[in-house]
Design a protein around this ligand. Structure first.
Ligand code: HEC
Ligand code: HEC
Ligand code: HEC
Ligand code: HEC
Ligand code: HEC
Ligand code: HEC
Length: 334
């Protein structure tokens, strides 16, 4: 239960990297390679130092807990060394509901399974503790009989992808690789409050995020040409495709839709995320007319405080921020 601090691993990795005169940037995921600590999740005889698992009978695969419960034992805020991915669902904005506050207004990049999603089927997140199998909305992928598990999207033993994401979550044999320093650029390696903060994760164009999500949600992919019947993404939705007035509205980043807080009394939210071609965190987060729309522009991967995991209160009537994300690009709401 005492993982080696990421800092010492990184220091070691930096030294080794320097010795090998290797110029490649670091992509050190936890639960991977030398950062895969068997004892985080496995116990050999169903007990350790007086703590028993399943009353000492142990659990299949020598695990310390059943699927989601085991991962959440550390990732619900209990273990301050692990990123907290569960929020209470009652506070005003996603980043102040958790025990370890993140450093920007959109909180943890992946978002949050609200605490009620551990017991009920929720409209605001992927469902982890359902009582029957779930089929992906707009798709055919089906979960196991208890709803989704962390392992439906992440490999517990790590992958070379960003956040140990599975390369082929829908199992159709077509990989969607989310590679660090290619699809995704990170602005921090420590501490966890920065490393996992949405504002420190930048997306390159092209990236495989849309392909990764549409693996399960096949029919959310947009048509390939205007007129659009489903919201376009990637190359089909570049700011440059909008009118010149709207392009200026987006690049200036003030006025309708823009503000510093989500779900406060004044209309506007922080700039939504986009994909941008570049070879560094600074370049892929540079605002411009080549910025493109992707799933994570509007959604959080785990869940959010809002209906359909959107990053702003799209369905909360009379909320000052109800139309904000749409307004950043389309400037039509109040
Ligand atoms: C014993 C506690 C513990 C358990 C159990 C645990 N984790 Fe973690 N997890 C951690 C810690 C600590 C980190 C790394 C924090 C950091 O970045 O320094 C981490 C990081 C991660 C990351 C981010 C990896 C990266 O570097 O980008 C993912 C994804 C993750 N865990 C998924 C899981 C899943 C899925 C399970 C269950 C199969 C699980 N964890 C179980 C402690 C735990
Ligand atoms: C973050 C949690 C986590 C860590 C750390 C972890 N495992 Fe696992 N392990 C699992 C889970 C969950 C399963 C159940 C099957 C699955 O989902 O892959 C499993 C299954 C296994 C299995 C049986 C299935 C298979 O893939 O062969 C073996 C063997 C195994 N783990 C060995 C290890 C070893 C050795 C280590 C350390 C080097 C380790 N695990 C670290 C979570 C973990
Ligand atoms: C392994 C398959 C799988 C992947 C990958 C996946 N989803 Fe889902 N998703 C599901 C299933 C199953 C449901 C329906 C049940 C539920 O809500 O969990 C769902 C539901 C949703 C919902 C509706 C939530 C609600 O409660 O109304 C949204 C929005 C969503 N997913 C977005 C995404 C995005 C964005 C990604 C990529 C970051 C993604 N999904 C990746 C399987 C998947
Ligand atoms: C529907 C797929 C899906 C499921 C289910 C899922 N994750 Fe994730 N997770 C992701 C994606 C995608 C990211 C990266 C998103 C981003 O950076 O915007 C992520 C990010 C993370 C991170 C990094 C922290 C952060 O805020 O970005 C951790 C830790 C993590 N997941 C752990 C878990 C654990 C533990 C579970 C089960 C309780 C789980 N995930 C279930 C898709 C999923
Ligand atoms: C421009 C913003 C935007 C983008 C980009 C976007 N979504 Fe959505 N999505 C929404 C909104 C808003 C909703 C709620 C339904 C509605 O009002 O359209 C939603 C709903 C959903 C639902 C639930 C549909 C239902 O029947 O309940 C799924 C699944 C989903 N999105 C997946 C995705 C995936 C996967 C991607 C990327 C391929 C994506 N979305 C990209 C804004 C967006
Ligand atoms: C980050 C910028 C961005 C955000 C946020 C965004 N859009 Fe878009 N949207 C675009 C772009 C770019 C296009 C493609 C325009 C084109 O090809 O003419 C588009 C296309 C559309 C179209 C089709 C217009 C046409 O000419 O056929 C509609 C309708 C639309 N968006 C509505 C919305 C709504 C509603 C929201 C909020 C839920 C939203 N958009 C959020 C950038 C965005």
């Amino acid at each position: 239960m005492n993982p080696i601090p990421r800092t010492s691993i990184l220091t070691l990795a930096v030294l080794v990297g320097a010795l090998l005169a290797c110029g490649a940037a670091l992509a050190a995921n936890y639960h991977t390679g030398s950062d895969l600590h068997c004892s985080d999740c496995h116990v050999m005889h169903g007990s350790y130092n007086g703590t028993t698992y399943n009353g000492g009978s142990g659990i299949d695969n020598l695990l310390k807990g059943s699927a989601n419960a085991m991962c959440l034992a550390c990732h619900d805020g209990t273990d301050t060394a692990a990123p907290d991915i569960v929020a209470s669902g009652t506070a005003a904005s996603p980043n102040n509901t958790i025990s370890t506050a993140y450093t920007d207004k959109y909180g943890g990049s992946g978002g949050f399974f609200q605490s009620d999603t551990t017991t009920v089927v929720s409209p605001v997140a992927h469902d982890l503790f359902a009582t029957s199998a779930l089929t992906a909305i707009h798709g055919t992928w089906t979960s196991g009989s208890s709803g989704m598990t962390c392992a439906d999207c992440h490999d517990p033993h790590g992958t070379t992808n960003y956040r140990n994401l599975l390369s082929d979550p829908d199992g159709d044999t077509t990989d969607a690789l989310i590679t660090i320093d290619s699809d995704v650029y990170l602005n921090a390696t420590t501490p966890i409050t920065s490393y996992y903060a949405a504002g420190n994760v930048g997306f390159n164009e092209p990236n495989d995020i849309v392909a990764w999500c549409t693996g399960c949600h096949t029919n959310t992919a947009s048509d390939t040409a205007s007129p659009w019947a489903k919201h376009p993404m990637d190359d089909n939705a570049e700011i440059a495709d909008l009118s010149s007035t709207l392009q200026t509205h987006w690049t200036t980043g003030t006025g309708n839709g823009f503000d510093t807080d989500v779900d406060d009394a004044t209309s506007g939210i922080p700039r939504v995320r986009f994909a941008q071609t570049g070879t560094s965190f600074a370049l892929v987060t540079t605002v411009g007319t080549a910025n493109e729309v992707m799933c994570l522009t509007c959604h959080k991967a785990h869940g959010s405080k809002y209906d359909s995991t959107t990053v702003w209160p799209h369905y909360v009537d009379d909320n000052a921020d109800q139309t904000s994300a749409c307004d950043q690009c389309h400037d039509k709401g109040a």
